[in-house]
Structure formats: C-alpha cells, structure tokens
Ligand binder design. Structure first.
Ligand code: P6P
Length: 331
C-alpha cells in the first residue's frame, strides 16, 4: 500500500498554507542536511570552525553550513516573518515576507554537533510560532510572547535512517526519508504515543555533584533498583544528543533530564527554550508524555531572552509525575 506523503499528511491535519509551506521547506532543507552530514567525513567537515556562537560555544563547520542552508531556504517562504536560530545572535528578519505573514520559525539547525566527529546521531529541531504582530520588524519580545502559540514542532534525526517526528497541534507522526522517492513518507499510523511507564532514564551522570535535591533523590531511587522503594531496576542511557535521547523515549519510553545545576553557566541547565525545550515539549505532550522545567510545564514558561536556557525533564508521564512531586515537596 502506498505510504502517505508528508504533504498529504499536513493537508489532512488542517494546517494553514503558511505552516504547510514552512514544514515542506524545512523538510527539503533537512533532506539536503542529511546528505551534507553523510558526506561530511569525505568533505573534511567534521571538525570545529574558528567561530563561536552567541552561547560562547565553538561552532562546528556543520553548525554554520546547516544554519546558512536553513536560513536561505526559509527566506524564500513568504509566510515566514522572522526566524531565531541557535547560531545567530539576533532575530532574523525576512524581507521577502508577504504583508500578512505572522509566523516565526525557531530552530537548532544541528543539535548534538559534539557527536559529529564520532559519527554519533545528530538532528535538527524546529518550532513554528504564530506571532501576534505582522509588523515589518519583528523584535525578540514579539517572538518570545508567541512561545505558547506553537503551530508546529518537530525534529529530524540523522541516523541509520533519516526520520522526522512532527506535530501540527494534534497527534504526533513519524516519517522516514525514502531514498528512492526522495521524500518523507509516513511510518505506521501517524499517532505516536509515549509509554506512560518506563525503567530508563537519560541524564549526564558526570554532573551528579551539581544536581538539586529533587533530581538527586529521583536518580538515587532509580539506582537503588529493586532494593529501593521503586522496587524495579532501571537502565541508563545518555547519547549527548537531545534528538537521539528524546527519540528513544518516543520509541520505548523513558525520562530525559537536563536539570539546572549549581555550576557556573549551568544555573538554568544547558538546553535553550525557544528551539529545543519548547518544541520537544509540544511533541512529548501531544504524544501523551509530560514536559516540565522544575515544577512548571515547559510550555508555560515566559522566556525573556531568545537564547534563554531552561531546565528540562520530559518523557513518560508516570516518571515525570514523580519528579514533579519531588520538586513540589522540596520547594
Ligand atoms: P552534555 C548537544 O550539545 C546538547 O545541546 C544536547 O543535544 C544534548 O542533550 C546536550 O547538549 C548534552 O550536553 O553536557 O552532556 O554534553
């Protein structure tokens, strides 16, 4: 049976033409990124560039190349009013936008780029926000005040297969890039859900001394396994790539944790709200999971900076509920 194309799925979900044009353009951009990533070792592109981004992080060659590709492609879409990229300090204006354009695209063009040189799994994360204003010059506060009005969110994952996980407000659907057809085709029934229970957690254990008491207590109980009050054993995974760690949660449950830490520069964790935490929170919640930042739902955060970092706990609802209770009891 012919698998549904991304274009037909989007139409079936009732997304606006503006959102549809953006999603199809990003899908085309990421088809190109998949090829660039695949050829990177042969093209000498797995190393670091001489530049640093607004986060003060050394940019990889591929960070810059993939960013420039996505910006150039999205500037051709008339429904895009502005963009926020992890790699660019300021809001990017779209001079080609139509008069009534009111959509902002926030993206991390290549998440997990510390995994490039070891051929690890990396990805692209995106969020489409509907702005309250369609003024000529879109400000940071215009974008930030639209963060609760996500019209679409998703990620591409460049692994053995190139996959897309996406939601335009209702269900979450997974697509795979068909080499033959060079387009994304629907995998399974278009209704991905996250297991409510899990025995797997994803956290960088090397930061244990910096954790707050809620996280410390939760992980302590996981590590006690059957001897502790959880009365079951846990497994740990940490890919060092948010897209890889979150995708595993969609596939077989689990909880992903990047907490605030008592460590200079990590007081709000590491992950950025607009183009990492917020889109992943929409996907996770639309798949029946939970996504919190300390004791607040991530999607209710009122960020004050377009590159603001926020603590992230997301995944299987029963596990996130335990962490939420721990946060509420330690406040
Ligand atoms: P750490 C990748 O650089 C990233 O932003 C996320 O994709 C990933 O979850 C996190 O950093 C890993 O951080 O501190 O474990 O290297």
């Amino acid at each position: 049976m012919q698998k549904q194309t991304l274009k037909d799925w989007i139409k079936g979900q009732g997304a606006s033409k503006g959102v549809s044009d953006i999603l199809l353009t990003i899908a085309s951009s990421c088809t190109g990124i998949a090829k660039i990533v695949n050829d990177a070792p042969l093209d000498g592109l797995i190393g670091a560039s001489s530049q640093t981004n607004v986060q003060g992080e050394v940019q990889k060659d591929l960070d810059i190349i993939t960013n420039d590709l996505m910006v150039a492609d999205l500037l051709t879409v008339s429904s895009v009013s502005a963009m926020v990229s992890e790699e660019i300090d300021e809001v990017i204006q779209n001079s080609n936008k139509s008069e009534n354009a009111n959509l902002a695209v926030c993206f991390d063009p290549l998440d997990g780029s510390s995994n490039i040189d070891n051929n690890g799994i990396i990805g692209t994360i995106f969020s489409v926000l509907e702005l309250a204003s369609n003024s000529k010059n879109i400000t940071s506060s215009d974008v930030l005040s639209a963060s609760r009005n996500q019209k679409a969110a998703g990620y591409f994952i460049y692994g053995p297969a190139c996959l897309l996980m996406v939601s335009v407000g209702n269900k979450v659907a997974m697509f795979a890039l068909s080499e033959k057809q060079q387009q994304f085709l629907l995998v399974d029934g278009g209704d991905v859900s996250i297991a409510k229970q899990s025995n797997e957690f994803a956290i960088n254990m090397s930061y244990q001394r910096f954790w707050d008491s809620a996280i410390a207590k939760y992980i302590e109980q996981c590590l006690l396994g059957e001897q502790g009050k959880r009365k079951k054993n846990f497994n740990m995974r940490w890919a060092g790539s948010m897209v890889a760690d979150v995708h595993r949660i969609f596939m077989h449950g689990g909880v992903f944790i990047y907490p605030s830490m008592d460590k200079k520069g990590s007081e709000n964790g590491k992950l950025r709200f607009l183009y990492e935490a917020n889109p992943m929170a929409m996907l996770v919640e639309n798949a029946g999971g939970m996504a919190i930042s300390n004791s607040l739902p991530i999607r209710e955060i009122r960020a004050t900076n377009i590159h603001q970092r926020v603590p992230v706990v997301l995944g299987s609802s029963q596990e996130v509920e335990i962490l939420l209770n721990l946060y509420q009891n330690t406040q």
